[in-house]
Design a protein around this ligand. Structure first.
Ligand SMILES: CC(C)(COP(=O)(O)OP(=O)(O)OC[C@H]1O[C@@H](n2cnc3c(N)ncnc32)[C@H](O)[C@@H]1OP(=O)(O)O)[C@@H](O)C(=O)NCCC(=O)NCCS
Length: 219
């Protein structure tokens, strides 16, 4: 439960605003959380650059996880899934030691800006240090508020490449099928060393995201 209390003066103007949050628990993900976790992920990515990055099951990882959820009065409101990767194939330079790669971070849109994302990250960092992780790696697209959040939490952008979506006519001059009778209708491409403005101007591509690789060194 989340309560908002407005104290009004004689004129009706708000003189004090209080918000009271119920009990927030940061805990390990449990197998029985799966359906709620999947739904929370979809709802949290709505209206972000990842709105159509939908899973209908959890993705199995090769290595152990630090798999956290935030529960508010019995409901999942946040998730942070991090893989402990002993041998990361990072594109950018990183310190020696274990990497914590953040695969999924999301807070329910109705519960943002209450410090839940920050609390999830702080618990991740405590556990990461105990597990001997020396740095965290995370990737995100170009949502300004999300980039600002990561920046405020001490992550630095180390690498940027493009996520390019093509639809119908946009394939012309870029992608062609090698199989007779098979026509690409929607495609998703990674762009490294490709000019986004050229794709927009010359090929009229409408959906291009910068994908930002970020790192935070854990002291
Ligand atoms: C990024 C995300 C996880 C942050 O979650 P959050 O719970 O809102 O994070 P916090 O509340 O800890 O911090 C958010 C902001 O609220 C501020 N804040 C924290 N507690 C606050 C409070 N009690 N009152 C008002 N503001 C508060 C923080 O300072 C921060 O400000 P900033 O964005 O200017 O730095 C969330 O926006 C989200 O789920 N985004 C969509 C999913 C997504 O794109 N995930 C990343 C893909 S990899």
């Amino acid at each position: 439960m989340y309560y908002e209390i407005f104290l009004r003066g004689k004129t009706g103007a708000v003189i004090e605003f209080l918000n009271i949050m119920g009990e927030l628990i940061i805990r390990d993900y449990r197998p029985e959380d799966k359906e709620e976790w999947l739904r929370l992920r979809v709802v949290s990515f709505l209206h972000t650059a990842y709105y159509d990055d939908v899973y209908d099951d959890r993705i199995p990882r090769d290595n152990p996880l630090i798999d956290l959820v935030a529960e508010l009065d019995g409901e999942l409101v946040g998730l942070l899934e991090t893989e402990i990767d002993p041998d990361p194939e990072s594109i950018f330079e990183h310190p020696p030691g274990l990497c914590g790669i953040v695969w999924n971070l999301a807070v329910h849109p109705d519960h943002r800006r209450k410090g839940i994302g920050g609390k999830l990250l702080s618990e991740l960092e405590n556990r990461a240090r105990q597990a001997g992780i020396t740095y965290l790696e995370a990737w995100t697209r170009d949502d300004e508020d999300v980039l600002r959040w990561y920046g405020g939490m001490g992550f630095e952008i180390k690498y940027v490449y493009l996520h390019v979506y093509l639809e119908n006519e946009e394939h012309k001059g870029i992608l062609k099928s090698c199989v007779k009778g098979l026509t690409p209708v929607k495609s998703f491409c990674h762009g490294i060393g490709v000019s986004a403005s050229k794709l927009v101007k010359k090929h009229r591509v409408k959906r291009i995201h910068a994908c930002n690789g970020m790192m935070k060194i854990l002291a």
